[in-house]
Design a protein around this ligand. Sequence first.
Ligand SMILES: C[S@@+](CC[C@H](N)C(=O)[O-])C[C@H]1O[C@@H](n2cnc3c(N)ncnc32)[C@H](O)[C@@H]1O
Length: 251
Amino acid sequence: MNRVTDDPSNDFFFEAYDRENIAYGMQPSPELAAYLSQTGAKASTYTQRPKAIDLGAGAGRDTLALAAAGYDVTSVDVSERGLDRIRERAERADLSERIQTVVCDVRELSMEANVYSAVIATTVLDHIPESDAPAVWNKMSASLTDHGMLYAQVHTTEDPGSNQSPGKESDQPVSETAGAVINYFRPNQLVGWACDPKSKLRVLRYEERLEWDTTHGAPHQHGKAVLLAVRQGFHPEWFGQPAAFPRPEQD
Ligand SMILES: C[S@@+](CC[C@H](N)C(=O)[O-])C[C@H]1O[C@@H](n2cnc3c(N)ncnc32)[C@H](O)[C@@H]1O
């Protein structure tokens, strides 16, 4: 693995993660939180804790939720400051022994096949050049176990920070960290990758939407695509988000 310099001037997100109110907050991605709350009890019944990897983990809002749900998590990011904040938050939540932080560019990361029960990439495939993103996606999907879940989120061309239509025509406020997004996904692009037979995935949920972010800087809008998928043949207890027809309470 390539180590990345910890010089703050090379870390685009240093200041965002250095604040008292850390950018992106502590709420995990909603679809991931819903999946964990519906299937999380299963993770705690494994004899060995299932493994998760959080690519572009930032300051760890998804990492912490995975660890709390019973996973052993590897959090990967190029931002040393983000990973510092993860370790700090993990210690406070008494979850340090479940979290390993790795400073690495996701493009350089080696990921073994069939290892992770959860593969998370919350806005990182859009932070690398379009020509590099498919190789990272292929590693992600190959590294899933037969009972694996993959969650990916990317900015889309609907984002007001995008230099493509329709985002570039939007008059809505743009994120202070939009400069780090260099690969806005086109409509259906992410779900197209998930539906490619080579990915061997089954889509549980896919959505393209506009959302508001109030966790950092001035409130601003995002165009996002969110994907929750599992290995083909795996049928976890997924009732939708929000749960459409959950199992009735049992005594
Ligand atoms: C918008 S933030 C999202 C952070 C976190 N996933 C979240 O949702 O709170 C994007 C993160 O991706 C990281 N990142 C960008 N390019 C990367 C790369 N090539 N390899 C690893 N991490 C990268 C950034 O340092 C940043 O922490």
